[in-house]
Design a protein. Structure first.
Length: 198
C-alpha cells in the first residue's frame, strides 16, 4: 500500500484516513504541522514557519521532519517545500534570549543578524540598548512582546532566559463532575496528551 501523505507545493499536506499507516503518519505529522480540517477521507495539515519552529524547539531535527514526509509520503515532497523547511528550520536557534539577575538580552553568534533584528521595525521599540559588542538589552517586561516581534520578523528566538520561582499554587481536582459522572479526559484531550508525549 502506498503512503498516506501527499505534500503539496503550497505546504499543505493531505493525509488519507483509509490507509494502514494513517495513525502513525498522523502522530508524526502532528509534531510539525497544524491540522486545518479533518473530513472523513482526507485530513488537511499546513506546514507553517511557526509549526516548524515549535517542532525545532521540541527537539525535532530537519532530517526527522523531512524523514516523515519521505517515509509516509505517497510521492516525494516538492523541492520548494524541502527548501522552505530547511530555510525556516535553519532560522531557529540563531537568536537566543538570555537573562542575568537584572536584565534580559538577545544574543547570537551572527553579529550582523543581531544588528539587523535589533533595528527591525517590529523589534526596535522593544530594545532598551544595543552596543557595538553585540549586547542587545531588551526593555524590562517586554519578553513576550519581543518574542512575538521576532516571529513577525521571521526569526524565532530560542528562549533560554528561564523563569523565577513563584509562590506554590495548591490545586485540587474533583474526582466526580457536578453531574455526578467520574472526572476524566475527553477523547480529543487524551489524543492531544498522547501526541505531546511522543
Amino acid at each position: 500500500m502506498s503512503g498516506p501523505l501527499i505534500a503539496q507545493s503550497d505546504k499543505t499536506v493531505l493525509l488519507e484516513t483509509d490507509n494502514e499507516a494513517f495513525a502513525a503518519a498522523r502522530d508524526a505529522l502532528g509534531r510539525f504541522a497544524e491540522l486545518v480540517k479533518s473530513p472523513e477521507h482526507f485530513h488537511t495539515y499546513r506546514i507553517t514557519p511557526l509549526s516548524l519552529w515549535n517542532a525545532r524547539s521540541a527537539g525535532m531535527t530537519v532530517e526527522e521532519i523531512l524523514g516523515v514526509l519521505e517515509a509516509y509520503g505517497r510521492y516525494a515532497p516538492p523541492h520548494n517545500v524541502v527548501s522552505e523547511i530547511r530555510d525556516f528550520c535553519g532560522r531557529y536557534g540563531r537568536l537566543r534570549l538570555q537573562a542575568t539577575s537584572d536584565e534580559l538580552f538577545l544574543e547570537s553568534d551572527d553579529r550582523i543578524l543581531l544588528t539587523e533584528v535589533a533595528r527591525h521595525k517590529f523589534v526596535a521599540p522593544l530594545i532598551q540598548s544595543a552596543d557595538a559588542s553585540g549586547h542587545v538589552r531588551v526593555r524590562p517586561g517586554m519578553r513576550g512582546h519581543v518574542k512575538q516581534a521576532l516571529l513577525k520578523a521571521g526569526f524565532p528566538v530560542e528562549d533560554l532566559a528561564g523563569y523565577r520561582t513563584g509562590d506554590e499554587l495548591d490545586l485540587h481536582l474533583r474526582t466526580v463532575t457536578a453531574a455526578g459522572a467520574p472526572l476524566a479526559l475527553r477523547s480529543y484531550q487524551k489524543q492531544a496528551v498522547d501526541g505531546f508525549l511522543l
